[in-house]
Write a protein that binds this ligand. Structure first.
Ligand SMILES: [Zn+2]
Length: 394
């Protein structure tokens, strides 16, 4: 449940009865959509019904109406499975207590993990593997700021589509009196654990990036003659969500490497197929119980419901879903995304023939991948699969 729900009290209880039970994929989709739309304290499935505890006041009839509308659509979900395998790992516990006690993982605050030791090595091994895959594709490595200027959000309509993910930054108002008032209110001897953004902070010009690849397209905005080209970058992304279990499955800030393809439709469609193959090989080498299947980014407070179902139906987003045996749930450790000409159109990136460029990306989260490895193979490094061979040497 997002946004520090662990400490929030329930303000509103709603039971939504759908009449007949939803299929597992529909349930999963609906749970995620509810979680992203409301500030939930708890969500429990009870046969054909779901019981919601909301931390915010809400009109129960309106919640039921929205949930029912989404459930009708969710019943039609049948994921396209591209890869499915059973790993040989036999570990069944949560590896977090061992990783924590040995000092490899330290939660410095909810959703914020400090890493060290062999777990940090494991995350870096995942990065090196994908960097080598990018090198084999002759991808150009680029480094971007972890910030998105407001113009980037604006041009891709991000605030409207994903408000639940947004984390903006803002300086203290740039005048002496405001700085003095701020300094007084938040001195060492004052009591506080939050900062009131409405009183002292100036309007925001930038936010913390929620994906590493958007800057690649944004920096090519308003250009012509975009050639077929691979790119790669690694960076830190920020998501406004915290794990309900305090684990590494959801963090406010984590590292990702993306490989991107930008260019003509035929080049990018071919690139998406290569990305799916690379993702399958990666999972095979990790010897994990997992699958690669279509997914949407569910959020139902606006019209993106239909867009998401379209996304699922047309195979625009595939997720690398790894089983976590101790919680009997799946964790998405990465995804393959076909943006079609979305960035080309919204950022006006043109091909030599004048039409908008296509793009696609594959991204893998280092912390999530390393955590998934520990969940199935255990926290002992001796049992981890090796990714170190030069598999991409050509
Ligand atoms: Zn991406």
């Amino acid at each position: 449940m997002s946004g520090g729900a662990a400490t929030a009290a329930a303000a509103c209880q709603v039971l939504v009865d759908f009449g007949t039970p939803l299929p597992p994929a529909g349930r999963e989709y609906l749970s995620a959509a509810l979680d992203r739309s409301y500030h939930l304290v708890d969500l429990q499935w009870e046969g054909p019904a779901v019981r919601l505890s909301l931390a915010e006041p809400a009109d129960p009839d309106q919640v039921r109406q929205q949930a029912n509308r989404l459930a009708q659509l969710a019943r039609t979900l049948t994921p396209d499975v591209r890869h499915c395998q059973l790993g040989s790992g036999t570990f069944r516990d949560d590896p977090t207590p061992t990783l924590t006690s040995r000092g490899d993982v330290t939660m410095i605050a909810p959703g914020m993990a400090a890493l060290a030791g062999s777990f940090l090595d494991l995350t870096n091994m995942v990065d090196r593997y994908w960097r080598r895959a990018a090198e084999a594709l002759d991808a150009r490595e680029e480094e971007y700021p972890a910030l998105w200027p407001v113009d980037l959000y604006h041009r891709i309509d991000y605030f409207k589509e994903f408000p639940q993910q947004v984390l903006m930054t803002a300086p203290v108002h740039e005048n002496f009196h405001q700085r003095e008032a701020f300094a007084d209110q938040y001195g060492k001897h004052q009591e506080y654990d939050t900062v009131d953004s409405s009183r002292h902070l100036a309007p925001s010009r930038a936010g913390l990036q929620s994906a590493v690849c958007d800057c690649c397209y944004f920096m090519r905005r308003d250009t012509e003659n975009q050639a077929d080209r691979w790119f790669t970058t690694a960076g830190r992304v920020f998501r406004n969500e915290v794990s309900p279990t305090g684990n590494l499955d959801r963090l406010l800030s984590f590292r990702v490497r993306d490989i991107m393809a930008v260019g003509s439709e035929s080049f990018v469609r071919g690139a998406q197929r290569q990305m799916l193959e690379l993702a399958g090989e990666f999972l095979q080498r990790l010897d994990l119980t997992c699958r690669i299947e279509t997914a949407g980014d569910p959020f139902f407070a606006n019209d993106s419901v239909l867009k998401n179902l379209f996304q699922t139906a047309s195979g625009l987003k595939y997720e690398l879903k790894v089983r976590l045996p101790h919680s009997d749930q799946d964790l998405a450790i990465g995804s393959v995304n076909l943006h079609q000409d979305f960035f080309g159109r919204s950022l006006d990136i043109r091909l030599p023939d004048g039409s908008p460029a296509w793009s696609a990306c594959v991204g893998v989260g280092f912390e999530r991948a390393a955590y998934a490895i520990c969940c199935q193979h255990g926290p002992n490094p001796a049992h981890w699969p090796s990714l170190n061979q030069e598999v991409f040497a050509s």
